[in-house]
Design a protein around this ligand. Structure first.
Ligand code: SF4
Length: 387
């Protein structure tokens, strides 16, 4: 990936890239390097002026802002106050498809913009920065993945949302972390063997919970991969009353310490509903903004990452999510650039696996008897560690 022309500072990002070996398994990995733009630091006055400009431009363009929980707090607030949404990738996809606006502005990373385009090909999809990517997407190139699938034609191909349109085009199902376990349970019950990509930790977690036969691609999220079990255990001892909330992209020894394992939305619901005043949170720290709003008066502590703030790779914040800023959001709305395009044939093929998931999710919702959200969600991802 080469940077588009930019005056912004760049930082190098190290991530784990799976390697296909001779036996056609993606069982090993190497360290690869990418880069991310460092977001500008703005004064209060600059932020206020940009927010006003964005509110006006959203109206003028008949556009709606769809933001992920991991992006800057200002963008999350703007999305909510202007009638857009802040959510996980499943809800972002669903919201964008159903909203009547002709332009969707997706504040997140590139695969989210592509998914929005695949689901709403008639809409204009803009993103603050087209170079905002994801280590899972980078670590699963379409050609390598196709070779992996070709080597295992007897398996149902299930891919996580964090993949390119071309990888989704090769899949039977797309899943997000909020529904992956239910879909694999369903496929396992039908006797299907699964080829899973790209996140090895999420795949391993689902494999353990369901007992399904899953062949795993060895990708990882550079943010979640950095959380450390030993340090988390020490932190837990310092805060014996805290509940531990963990995203399943984290390593197994971190998941093993969790009171609740779940998607971003499920973790926010847990923070709201669990009877605890203190939480240790193992996911991107961008989520803390929403957690504090959803559960005022509660205290949230970031789970420890490798090294300290000077040496950690991500320091619990995705460098690509951080590329979404007020300044580039205002600029794309003004100029209409940074439009997402997906090859129509690839989009058509990828649509099937995304639509299959949305349809499954809608049926699940219809089948769930009214109960607390947390009770429903705990059926999807249970607390697997000490209660
Ligand atoms: S937080 Fe991880 S999974 Fe999410 S976009 Fe960043 S690198 Fe990808």
């Amino acid at each position: 990936m080469t940077p588009q022309t930019t005056s912004q500072a760049l930082k190098t990002v190290e991530f784990e890239k799976p390697i296909l070996t001779d036996d056609d398994s993606a069982g090993t990995s190497c360290v690869a390097h990418a880069w991310a733009k460092v977001p500008p630091v703005l004064s209060q006055d600059e932020r206020a002026a940009l927010k006003d400009r964005i509110r006006r431009l959203l109206k003028a363009r008949n556009a709606v802002l769809v933001a992920h929980y991991y992006v800057d707090a200002d963008l999350q607030d703007l999305a909510e106050e202007t009638g857009g949404c802040v959510s996980d990738s499943l809800e972002m996809a669903r919201f964008g498809r159903e909203h009547p606006a002709t332009t969707l502005v997706v504040a997140g990373v590139r695969f989210m913009g592509e998914t929005a385009k695949i689901l709403s090909p008639e809409k204009t999809i803009l993103m603050p920065d087209l170079d905002a990517t994801c280590s899972l997407d980078l670590g699963c190139p379409a050609d390598d993945f196709a070779a992996f699938c070709d080597a295992h034609p007897d398996r149902t191909v299930v891919v996580y949302a964090n993949t390119s349109a071309a990888v989704k085009a090769r899949a039977d199902w797309m899943v997000t972390s909020s529904i992956g376990l239910k879909i694999v349970e369903h496929l396992h019950a039908r006797g299907e063997k699964i080829l899973w990509a790209p996140d090895k930790h999420l795949g391993g977690f689902i494999q353990k919970q369901t007992g399904a036969d899953m062949l795993l691609w060895q990708g990882s999220c550079l943010v979640h991969d950095e959380f450390k079990g030993i340090e988390l255990d020490l932190l837990r001892k310092e805060h014996p009353n805290a509940k531990i909330l963990v995203h399943p992209e984290s390593p197994a020894n971190v998941v093993a310490l969790a009171d609740v394992v779940g998607s971003t939305t499920q973790l926010i619901t847990a923070a709201q509903q669990l009877d605890a005043k203190e939480f240790i949170v193992a996911t991107d720290n961008g989520i803390l903004h929403k957690m504090r709003m959803a559960a005022p008066g509660k205290h949230f502590i970031e789970a420890p990452t490798a090294g300290n703030s000077a040496t950690c790779k991500s320091c619990a914040h995705c460098p690509w999510m951080a590329m979404n800023a007020l300044s580039n959001l205002a600029e794309v709305l003004e100029k209409g650039h940074n439009e997402i395009h997906v090859d129509p044939e690839i989009g058509r093929q990828a649509y099937t696996c995304i639509d299959r998931m949305l349809d499954f999710a809608a049926k699940q919702k219809a089948n769930v008897r009214p109960s607390s959200d947390l009770a429903r969600e705990s059926q999807l991802f249970q607390g697997v560690g000490p209660a």
